[in-house]
Design a protein around this ligand. Structure first.
Ligand SMILES: O=P(O)(O)OC[C@@H](O)[C@@H](O)c1c[nH]c2ccccc12
Length: 263
């Protein structure tokens, strides 16, 4: 375990707050300016940063993040450049805030799992989220990441059977990412009514914190979920704010959602 992620959740909890995991696309609109977006998230109160690395076929992403992914690729963003140019600078500016790489398995395989884990750790990465990682491969990859000190953060979906969700949670590193809705990333007006109950079940089985993500964009949604989760992930709403209004809007939206997470 990297330890930094556990500490970030503990700090939020000690302040009586749920944690905000803020997602941004590294390289959107370009590498240097995405560093300013991540910095603004932390200024707005984000507890953990999810650093998106663009991939040409982002199957789990809706239109907002797909658009960001295309802009990032056009700006020349690659995993190597994100680890060389984005992660170290965000880590230097925000040394307390754990950084989690979020990308697709192919991107990691192209670099080599071991090389990625070692380089990521050296540059200041605490964990990784790989939504298309097949379950059969997760054990081997978890061992490789464990050896380097990078937490492989598991996801569970609404379609994951209860026993399976509990097993996933028991092997969780960093935190468990509970996906709120079946489908792709993107803001939603309504979250499923059984989400709270699912979170309660996973949380009971989980030795690590549990967060809800997908579809969350408002303080009100964050408030509802904070009774059932240790934190929430906000992605598309922040990516949209960054694209249309820039870092100050990102900071304001993070601060607003953090208000919803006060217990
Ligand atoms: O965009 P949303 O609906 O707020 O969801 C979070 C999400 O963006 C981030 O965690 C994420 C971006 N791409 C993903 C792909 C799969 C799982 C999670 C993600």
């Amino acid at each position: 375990m990297s330890g930094e992620i556990a500490k970030a959740f503990a700090r939020a909890k000690a302040r009586g707050e749920g944690a905000l995991v803020a997602y941004g696309m590294a390289g959107d609109p370009d590498l240097a300016r995405s560093v300013d977006v991540f910095t603004a998230m932390v200024e707005g109160g984000a507890d953990i940063l999810e650093v998106g690395v663009a991939f040409s076929d982002p199957i789990a992403d809706g239109p907002v993040i797909q658009g960001a992914s295309e802009r990032a690729l056009k700006a020349g963003s690659t995993l190597k450049r994100v680890l060389d140019e984005v992660v170290p600078e965000v880590h230097r500016r925000c040394p307390e805030t754990p950084l989690v790489i979020m990308t697709y398995v192919n991107v990691i395989m192209a670099m080599g799992e071991e090389r990625f884990a070692k380089l990521a750790r050296e540059r200041g990465v605490s964990g990784a989220i790989l939504p298309d990682l097949p379950p059969e491969e997760s054990e081997a990859l978890r061992a490789t990441f464990d050896a380097a000190g990078v937490d492989l953060i598991p996801l569970c979906a609404p379609t994951t059977p209860r026993a399976r969700a509990e097993a996933i949670a028991k092997d969780g590193r960093g935190f468990v990412y509970c996906v709120s809705v079946a489908g792709v990333t993107g803001m939603r007006a309504e979250l499923p009514p059984d989400l709270s109950q699912r979170l309660d079940l996973v949380r009971k089985a989980s030795p690590v914190p549990v967060v809800a993500g997908f579809g969350i964009s408002s303080a009100e949604q964050a408030r509802t979920l904070s009774a059932h989760a240790d934190g929430v992930v906000v992605g598309s709403a922040l990516v949209r704010a960054a694209h249309s209004d820039g870092p100050q809007a990102v900071k304001a939206l993070c601060a607003d959602i953090k208000r919803g997470l006060k217990r």
